[in-house]
Design a protein around this ligand. Structure first.
Ligand code: GLU
Length: 474
């Protein structure tokens, strides 16, 4: 099916209408993976023909989103190639020439009607309980198209179209989807329906990867390909990604976030790519953590599913942690330190923190919620809570004193978690319950109901501070 000797060319064609959200980028990622897998070409094309919906700065934002997760493009707005320019508003002459070609072949006409006239026909159709169709009002002698009127497509044949989608298999849609649609608006800009087809033809795109919402328009596209005498490319329709709650498609209005927000929150780009790739695709098997290279190798259009899956931050967090674990100790330390003030940039803290985060910004959350305050200042706490379960104040006091004696025997310069553990366990082992020693020590040192184990805390505080806090508890 893939045309063994034809170079695969895919494209991602976002519109600059604001930030890039995960569902959109996922569709682009599939196109990219397919091109990379086949050593083909991946084109980034900006579809900016709807000027009313354009948001300033979006093009940069789109490019940054792609770059961040690691998607590069071979041709695009800033990488010139044989089919440029890659921004539709810079290709208006091309659409115009295609428009003229269609007029010449009898497949397009200048639409001379005023909004009032169209309104009247619409009302008439409504009264007659019939659908309003432009094709029933084709002008007999259309004026010469001078660009001031919309250019409308003249659907050559009204028929049922059948086609094969790489993901969905055989599809078909009836005549109701067909009507004369606008090719070029009176503002000189082409419609999406027209421009993307011209560009996909001119750019020799072999695989058109886009979201499910375009399936219903496919008869229009096929009709236009037919009028142009061009064999359509392979359609790769990606399943919609669902929002994390409910049954709605992930969309900007339903909590879909800007992809670059995830960058700000300290997610790893390789985790984000891995996560997006699994929204509607799976190579089969249990494995879920993939590098970029593995994704490229394993990706296959045949494995794209009919469900895009649910967007879930929990899954993303889990994947992110898995990718974080692949980093070197130095990388982990540097990232964690970048969120910590100087006085907390302690090597011993790194492991403690790393165990409890799933993205770098979690360090900031921990910091902001005061979880590290006990390190730089003596904690305030409820003395009663020093007493473990049914134990007595007397017993606890005695145990802590024994612990102090054991810790005093340690070298101040080798006060690491293991030495502390050996010293404390030698005392704890002799007790009825270890908790009668380990709990009060942990609490006396941190003042927190939940904290890392007392050995690590002691090693972070150092010998003098540890013993001083234990004396205070006594
Ligand atoms: N500009 C369209 C969009 O952003 C692209 C659809 C397509 O890939 O053809 O939805």
């Amino acid at each position: 099916m893939e045309g063994q000797n034809k170079k695969i060319i895919t494209r991602f064609a976002p519109s600059p209408t604001g930030f890039m959200h995960s569902g959109n980028l996922r569709t682009g990622l599939f196109a990219w993976l397919w091109a990379r897998k086949n050593k083909g070409t991946f084109i980034l094309r900006i579809e900016d023909t709807d000027k009313a919906r354009e948001v300033a700065g979006s093009i940069e934002h789109i490019k940054e989103s792609l770059r961040w997760i690691g998607m590069d493009w071979d041709e695009g707005p800033d990488i010139d190639g044989p089919h440029g320019p890659y921004i539709q508003s810079q290709r208006l002459n091309l659409y115009k020439s295609y428009g003229e070609k269609l007029i010449a072949s009898g497949h397009a006409y200048a639409d001379p009607y005023t909004p009032e006239q169209l309104d009247a026909w619409r009302k008439e159709a409504e009264t007659n309980k019939k659908p309003f169709l432009y094709r029933e009002h084709r002008p007999e002698n259309p004026p010469v198209w001078d660009g001031s009127m919309p250019l409308r497509f003249k659907v050559p044949t009204i028929k049922k179209f059948s086609w094969t989608d790489a993901v969905w298999g055989d599809l078909s849609a009836g005549e109701e989807a067909l009507d004369d649609f606008i090719l070029i608006k009176s503002d000189g800009y082409p419609t999406y329906n027209f421009a993307h087809i011209v560009d996909d033809i001119e750019m020799n795109v072999t695989h058109v990867t886009r979201g499910q919402e375009f399936i219903s328009s496919t008869p229009k596209f096929l009709s236009l390909y037919e009028a142009l005498g061009v064999v359509p490319p392979t359609f790769v329709t990606t399943p919609s990604v669902m929002a994390s709650s409910g049954t709605k498609k992930l969309g900007k209005r339903d909590g879909a976030k800007d992809v670059l927000e995830y960058k700000k929150e300290g997610y790893l780009p390789e985790a984000m790519m891995n996560f997006l790739a699994l929204l509607g695709w799976n190579p089969g098997g249990e494995k879920e953590v993939f590098t970029k290279e593995e994704l490229i190798e394993l990706f296959d259009l045949n494995k794209i599913q009919h469900s895009g899956g649910q967007f879930g931050d929990e899954k993303l967090d889990w994947l992110n942690k898995e990718h974080m674990k692949k980093l070197s100790p130095d990388q982990i330390q540097n990232n964690i330190f970048s969120y910590l003030p100087k006085e907390l940039q302690k090597e011993k803290l790194v492991q403690v923190i790393f165990e409890r985060i799933s993205k770098w910004s979690d360090v900031k959350t921990m910091l902001d919620s005061g979880e590290f305050n006990f390190i730089t200042q003596q904690p305030e706490y409820d003395r009663v809570k020093l007493i473990y379960k049914n134990s007595s104040a007397e017993k606890i006091k005695n145990n802590i004193l024994q612990a102090i004696t054991a810790l005093e025997g340690l070298d101040e310069n080798n006060f690491d978690a293991d030495s502390v553990k050996n010293a404390l366990m030698s005392v704890a082992e002799k007790l009825e319950s270890r908790g009668e020693l380990l709990h009060p020590i942990r609490y006396a040192l941190s003042g927190l109901d939940k904290s890392p184990d007392p050995f690590i805390i002691a090693s972070i505080l150092g010998k003098n501070e540890t013993i001083s806090r234990l004396h205070k508890a006594v």
